[in-house]
Design a protein around this ligand. Structure first.
Ligand SMILES: [Zn+2]
Length: 358
């Protein structure tokens, strides 16, 4: 496994001290992402949404993280650092020529030993006061029952917040996980939302809501209450109320019960790492897998062969995308080297993406 992020992080020491509420230039440069160059989606710029990670010293963007405790460190370090390496491999190291300012940063003590999120010398294991509270806590799903999701999938919070409470920003590694999954979660940490939740997604994909895990049970209850299938499938508050949490990951145009509007700029990117494959969250995998490529109707998502001519039919995609060129373009747009592009967020709320298990 590459260790390039170790080298990248070695030099920043204790100068990283700005909170997420750092003063930021507030101009929104809409032309920074020309049509077709930048497909990733986010919620930035809306009301009460998270903010982009702030600039700290030397104009860098340090995404701070900590492993919950020694056990979590041993269990997850190689996986999580591996996923960070995947991002840094796609972006290139933080330097002017690569056009971005991102570093993943783990705060260490004077002996270069990483601080864990909790103070393990204290029996009650409170938050480690050597760390800022806007540090992303890396949690193992089993740790203290922190993960609220009812399945063993991973989850992550979106972007940054102004002075959050400890543990509010987190990345939870599910008991069932892959390197791809954690790399995807880091996309959420950076501020990306699901590409397939863009308002224009129906031009490109066919979403079969009734094939999602948990639909049948939720529909039984919702229909008894006179709720339409359309509302169960397209309203996150309704889906959440009826326990259809997996469906929340597919709501068109809005994120979570807070209904943050998904902002997709540029071309829709079916290659994005933030786009699920056809079988993500499928209730019945026996008919939706690579052995049944001709049965897209049995999958959660099918892809129109020709977005401008749906008569041409649909097809399945089972490949989990690597980081796409447009994902990279999004990061370079949002976190450019020179720091001239950002949004002025009014965030107080946060969302947790609880990704669906395969
Ligand atoms: Zn996700």
């Amino acid at each position: 496994m590459k260790l390039c992020s170790v080298l990248l992080l070695a030099g920043i020491a204790t100068s990283v001290n700005a909170f997420c509420n750092s003063t930021l230039p507030s101009a929104v440069n809409a032309s920074a992402c020309d049509s077709g160059t930048c497909g990733a989606a986010d919620v930035f710029g809306g009301k009460d949404v998270p903010i982009v990670w702030p600039r700290v010293s030397n104009n860098k963007v340090a995404i701070r993280y900590c492993f919950y405790d020694t056990d979590t460190d041993k269990r997850l370090r190689s996986l999580v650092r591996g996923a960070m390496d995947v991002w840094m491999g796609a972006l290139g190291e933080r330097k002017k020529d690569n056009g971005h300012a991102i570093e993943f940063y783990e705060h260490t003590d004077k002996d270069n030993k990483p601080y864990h999120c909790v103070d393990e010398s204290n029996p009650s294991r409170p938050w480690n006061t050597n760390l800022q509270t806007d540090t992303v806590a890396i949690l193992w799903r089993g740790a203290d029952g922190i993960n609220p999701q009812p399945v063993p999938a991973s989850s992550a919070t979106l972007g940054c917040l102004k002075k959050p409470n400890p543990f509010v920003l987190n990345l939870v590694v599910g008991t069932s996980h892959t390197l791809w999954e954690i790399t995807h979660e880091l996309g959420h940490v950076l501020g990306m939302v699901h590409e397939h939740q863009r308002a224009d997604r129906d031009l490109f994909i066919k979403y079969n809501c009734d094939k999602v895990f948990g639909f049948d049970a939720a529909w039984q209850k919702a229909s008894a209450d006179g709720i339409s299938k359309d509302r169960l499938c397209n309203d996150a508050q309704v889906a959440t109320y009826y326990g259809f949490w997996a469906g929340v990951q597919f709501i068109r145009g809005f994120i979570g019960v807070l209904k943050w509007e998904v902002v997709g700029s540029g071309a829709y990117d079916i290659e994005s790492i933030m786009h699920y494959a056809s079988d993500a969250g499928v209730a019945d995998q026996t008919r939706c897998n690579a052995n049944h490529p001709d049965e897209p109707a049995m999958c959660v998502m099918a892809f129109w062969k020709n977005p401008s001519k749906h008569d041409a039919g649909w097809e399945t995609r089972f490949r989990q995308n690597p980081i796409s060129q447009r994902d990279v373009a999004w990061v370079k747009k949002v976190y450019p080297w020179d720091g001239t592009f950002s949004w002025s967020g009014q965030n107080q709320d946060l969302i947790q993406f609880g990704d669906v298990a395969k």
